[in-house]
Design a protein around this ligand. Structure first.
Ligand code: SF4
Ligand code: SF4
Length: 521
């Protein structure tokens, strides 16, 4: 049997050991399967230009893991593996870590288990001739690894910010169970347990609790096919993971857009950027940084009724527009239109019905004849190689008009009042859209390319059209983007700027200089 998997040009194999972190079994939109396969198989780019690293610690769990390592007796011992932190922490990450450590202590007060000096690794030798030409496969786990004094019980505690509704994939749990059941060092256990624990509120969720034999059976049922899928994936998934990906210079899927952001300076660390980041940064650099670290946000702010109505409505439209039938939306909107996973108060639900009916007059599918002409909520990712920034945008829809791309954004409003503020300033994602289309970064013919802004109001829908080739639109777009990007691009410290934004800041809890509500008006 031969290996049909192929690496991209410009990489070389540096090891005959395949090393798979069981986190690779998790998949999800934030992982790139092709990058995982390359990494697991030991490929590295032939040319790797030295990259400047971020001066601050950017691994959200790093300080928590280091704090746990540091207070365990084994940590100076021979063979001990310890999370090393050489970088200073942002105030937000420090506050969050203190909270996380105290939550962990409260969740596991009188611990009968003790930490092991090094996480377990499962190894198996491959036969001499094997399609992947490897000598050995290793599976590794990440998390707090503990065992009982007699070695009969092993437990893996997986830190997460909060418990999500969905549990992690079965294949991930099966692979982790195998590492606990068979991994070294240490005597083989009789029983293995895997739990998730939420650093935000200390909740603990068991994922697996069984005998060693049951763990092996679980892996045999679900693991091998998933391992093959991890190792053989050639699916490149551009997105946030490109920000710290080794393979950017050789990646066949990450398209370049040199000069897109209009900034550039030698020696800057590679980063990702979206208009949402830009807006957050403009409000307060610390807020953007904490959001990028995915520190838990305040539900009351993050899921306020207006924002939640907007998200629910987008989800409803995306589902309609994505249906195989490709029919323009009709006024037949059910009273109970709110998609699963959203919780709207009654007045917002009723308002939503009215807004969705207003959408009918401007539904973009009225202009589309073929499903191949529609990209519903696509992710547009380009590498500005001058700035070394991966730019991520998420238009509500891209559709073709003839050979040209049309970029559609949809907004909702509970009121009828229009302001005189220029559209690109009000909605900077339109400025980015203008740049993408005017520069030809999306391909397609320029003649009908345009940006459309649909604003749904109770009394009707506005459809604004922006010509990306109009000199005034381009000049404004460049100015607006520059205003959002240039300061952030040079910033390494993300200093908090308290002000009226503190009142509606989702991460204020982790900010030591947050203004109290009465002062932040
Ligand atoms: S650059 Fe992005 S798409 Fe390409 S391999 Fe890396 S993570 Fe995947
Ligand atoms: S609470 Fe205020 S100062 Fe702190 S991050 Fe939020 S907006 Fe910035």
């Amino acid at each position: 049997m031969t290996d049909s998997w192929l690496p991209p040009d410009g990489v070389r194999r540096t090891s005959d050991v395949i090393t798979v972190s069981v986190g690779m079994f998790k998949g999800g939109e934030f992982r790139c399967p092709a990058a995982d396969a390359l990494k697991a198989r030991g490929y590295r780019p032939l040319m790797s230009p030295g990259r400047r690293r971020e001066p601050l610690e950017h691994f959200t769990f790093g300080p928590f893991m280091a704090a746990c390592d540091a207070r365990n007796p084994y940590h100076e011992g021979a063979g001990a593996q310890r999370t090393r932190l050489a970088k200073p922490l942002h105030d937000g990450l420090r506050q969050w870590t203190e909270h996380a450590v105290s939550t962990y202590d409260a969740a596991f007060p009188a611990d009968p288990l003790t930490e092991v000096p090094a996480p377990w690794v499962y190894r198996y030798q491959l036969p001499g001739a094997n399609p992947r030409a490897a000598r050995e496969v290793r599976l590794t786990v990440w998390g707090r690894c503990l065992r009982s004094a007699d070695g009969k019980v092993r437990e893996l505690r997986l830190p997460v910010n909060r418990l999500h509704r969905e549990t992690p994939p079965e294949e991930f749990v099966a692979a982790a169970a195998l590492v606990l059941a068979e991994g070294t060092p240490g005597p083989m256990p009789e029983r293995v347990r895997i739990v998730e624990f939420a650093l935000l509120d200390g909740r603990v969720r068991p994922l697996f609790d069984g005998t060693r034999q049951e763990a092996l059976t679980r892996y045999r049922e679900q693991g091998p096919a998933a391992l093959t899928a991890v190792l053989d994936s050639q699916e490149y998934r551009p997105g946030t993971s490109c920000g710290d990906c080794l393979y950017v210079s050789v990646c066949p899927a990450l398209q370049k857009a040199p000069g897109l952001l209009g900034v550039g300076m030698p020696g800057r660390p590679r980063r990702t950027w979206s208009v949402t980041n830009g807006r957050n940064y403009r409000d307060c650099p610390a807020r953007d940084h904490m959001r990028r670290l995915h520190l838990p946000t305040a539900d009351a702010v993050e899921h306020g009724p207006t924002a939640e109505r907007g998200r629910a409505l987008h989800a409803y439209l995306a589902e309609r527009h994505g249906s195989a039938a490709l029919r323009p939306c009709t006024a037949d909107v059910p009273d109970q239109w709110v998609p699963d996973g959203f919780d709207l108060p009654e007045d917002e639900r009723v308002l939503g019905v009215r807004l969705l009916r207003r959408h009918v007059a401007v539904c973009p599918l009225r202009c589309v004849r073929d499903g191949a002409d529609v990209r519903n909520e696509p992710r547009v990712v380009r590498h500005d190689s001058v700035a070394d920034v991966v730019v991520i945008a998420a238009p509500d829809m891209l559709y073709r008009d003839g050979d040209s791309w049309v970029w559609r954004e949809t907004k909702t409003s509970a009121g009828e009042r229009r302001t005189n503020r220029p559209l690109l300033e009000r909605y900077p994602q339109l400025a980015l859209a203008v740049q993408f289309l005017a520069r030809g970064d999306l391909g397609g013919a320029p003649d009908r390319a345009r940006v459309e802004l649909e604003v749904l109001r109770p009394g009707g829908a506005d459809l604004e059209i922006i010509d990306p080739f109009a000199p005034a639109a381009r000049t404004s777009a460049e100015r607006i983007l520059n205003g959002l990007v240039s300061e952030w691009y040079r910033d390494d410290n993300y200093t908090a700027v308290p002000g009226h934004g503190c009142r509606r800041c989702e991460v204020a809890r982790w900010c030591s200089v947050s203004l109290p509500a009465e002062a932040a008006v």
